[in-house]
Design a protein around this ligand. Sequence first.
Ligand SMILES: NCc1[nH]cc(CCC(=O)O)c1CC(=O)O
Length: 320
Amino acid sequence: MTAPLPNPCIIATRESRLALWQAEHVRDLLGARHGLAVELLGMTTRGDQILDRALSKVGGKGLFVKELEVALEEDRAHLAVHSLKDVPMVLPDGFVLAAVLEREDPRDAWVSPRHADIASLPQGARVGTSSLRRVVQLKALRPDLDVQPLRGNLDTRLRKLDEGQYDGIVLAAAGLKRLGLGERIRCVIDPGVMLPAAGQGALGIEVRQDATALRALVAQHIDVGTWLSVHAERAVSRALGGSCSMPLAAFAQWDGDELVIEARLGHPLDASRPIVRALARAQVLRTLDATQDAEALGLEVVAQLRAGGGDDLLAALPEA
Ligand SMILES: NCc1[nH]cc(CCC(=O)O)c1CC(=O)O
């Protein structure tokens, strides 16, 4: 039995400017290529409502996706478009990642009115980010920095910077570029300096497992290179518990026909502790059938991380 294509096809999306851009991007893609009538259903998620605390302290997985999944479950929508970085490593029963689109710039970006880069910041400068991954890497680079929490959507974060609350902030380059805010970037940060989060810069399209025709249609838009990279990265995060209370970075990129993945793990409570690093590479065929090979490569860096001190860092993780 093949479930027919929904008409119109409704995309559930968060209502931040970036989320809407992403949903509109998918709407235009499906509309142009398949002549499908596509509409958006804007929704607010728990992650959007919690603005006062770091999400790493709130805990709970899928804060930005759960409400969208409920809309799919109740047939109020058919597709959910997400920043892959925000998608839990294990989807609930009945849902699948039907596609991952071509990746935008996966790197982090330095945004500051007065300071060209992190290295040239004065002693004790105030830097805004609430991501534990960014905090531990900033502290490794510049232990003197005064790293302060920064939450909210992109516009809110930029406004807080412009109000003078920080000397500079770190944001994903992808979000800024997608919203036409690329000129706010003073420099993109080399992944060797600040390793990105699993899935950063990639868009994921989630559908119900039983939506067979829609799955097949959406799957035509998979970017295979990105798909394999992010599956390697997500395998790392999944194996380590997939928690945003863990300062974990995982980034895979292609070097010819080899997939190269690096991962870093910091201490969950003490950003001044050393970061554990690991790297693995292997030839991987660029086909969807190689997804397990990409994931196996991810597990190779997990084994290295654990053996290299990562087990102790994981043991320091407070119980969720
Ligand atoms: N954590 C929130 C989030 N989820 C996705 C992006 C940016 C776009 C992307 O990585 O695809 C951001 C903002 C940021 O990290 O600066």
